[in-house]
Design a protein around this ligand. Sequence first.
Ligand code: CA
Ligand code: CA
Length: 294
Amino acid sequence: MALPIVLWCLAFMAGLVVLTAGIVNSWIENESRAERKFIARQMALSGLAFGLNPEIKPGNPLLQKGSKETEGFDVRIANEASRINPNFWIQQGGRPLFLKLFASWGADLKQSETATDSLQDWIDPDDLLSLNGAERGEYERAGRPGYPANRPIKHIREMEAVLNLAPLLAAKEGWQELFTVWYSGKISIQHASEQTLSTLAELTPIQIETLFEVRNGLDGIQGTEDDEQFESIEAVAAFLGAGGRQLAGLLQFFDTSGDIRRIESTGFCGGIQHRIIVVAPSGAPGQIMSWEEK
Ligand SMILES: [Ca+2]
Ligand SMILES: [Ca+2]
């Protein structure tokens, strides 16, 4: 009887050693992970300081430092004025914008109308049901009493809570990149993306390429000193040879003004990354509209 117990004890002790070593290893691993996470965030903060400096434009070498494998940061400067503000457009009666946008995502007319009307009902303060929308009763029947919000959207992720709009967003990867709640106005032609120009103004790929080439100036980078500053939408349309539906789309959805900097600073350390996204009005140093970390 004695021998098997000894053997069992030995086996048990051996197992214990392996187990303990495993725990210690993972403890060390966690410790250095926390440390790397901390450094990655510090890196993101350093990058952000450059990104917030109005003197530093996209393409500036100061916006990149180190590498992903060791440590460093990568800062991307974009503009919120390239985006669609659902609050602004719903309040401006911008139904056609959403119908065009959702159609370009592959939604049929009925889906586009129910999503647009439901967004309208979410934002408008009243309880009057739009033709294809959703107010209190529809949310109650869907098991979500207390909705819609009946006020402007505070964060674009709130759009996922809008009945009938949620399935369209779920099927559209990267939809968040199209919207903003920080910039209010028509889309800036100085910053507009390929997607909004092709969907809303129906510009051809060649027209968009031409526009970008002129807009970016000699350095080929958008958002720098040498960018062409357009005087009017009419001038842009004439230059692109855009008439008819294209001209109508440009005039309806685009504008020459609008400038709100969006800084995405990603810090790295030993395979860990930390991103800080800040929205700040251009030409107003020190002011910050939104701060998010992930
Ligand atoms: Ca409402
Ligand atoms: Ca440029």
